[in-house]
Design a protein around this ligand. Sequence first.
Ligand code: 13P
Length: 251
Amino acid sequence: MRKKIVAGNWKMNMTTAEATALVNALKEDLANFRDVEVVLCPPFTALATVSELVHDTHLDLGAQNMHWAKNGAYTGEISAGMLRELYCHYVILGHSERRQYFGETDAIVNRKTQAALASSLHPIVCVGETLQEREAGKVEEVITTQVQGSLAGLSAKELLDSVIAYEPVWAIGTGKTATSDQAQEVHALIRQILTKAYDATVAQGVRIQYGGSVKPSNAKELFSMPDIDGGLIGGAALDAKSFIDIVRAAV
Ligand code: 13P
């Protein structure tokens, strides 16, 4: 049985003061909650603060990006070791906003994924097609290329230590959610790609989150689909009540 995982991707939001208020509100309800794995992914500047606030709870910590190198002359970048020092256990990699605005390719995402795993961080590797690609009938082709490229060279154990997030680009921040059937179809496709590359047991063990306009009103239906193992939540993760409702919808 795959344990559901719901992560909040705060993106470039939340000062440390705002983060403190949000985490304290989340803790009132979720501090001892174990039925679903809950991961908070604040911006780098709030990681240390959130790390302290969650250290005695069941809430887990993740970052939104990292560099593949251990250290060195990479101005503005952050390494896996730096994240581990703050007790981060997860890192989102290859988010469509990183791919779109910062030129991240599957090859870059793969280097980062390998580096994260080498430092015992669980990568949350994002894939997803644009509206144009969907309308051109290219969903299968795009997802296959992204999954194979981003996860290239991973051992079965490394794959099982990773989480995949399917985030259709057209559903991110638009209020347009994929229907649960549309999402399930792509999640099943991802599992099929992994079955071919590894085997059915490995593919059945990997957790695949859905992301893109998840709200309290649609979370339950999405999370009840057989291949959807939780969500990667953007906008709705910035509001304590919405995020708590979404987490509880995953039980
Ligand atoms: P929204 O939930 O705001 O659509 O964002 C989804 C997302 O990109 C999470 O990583």
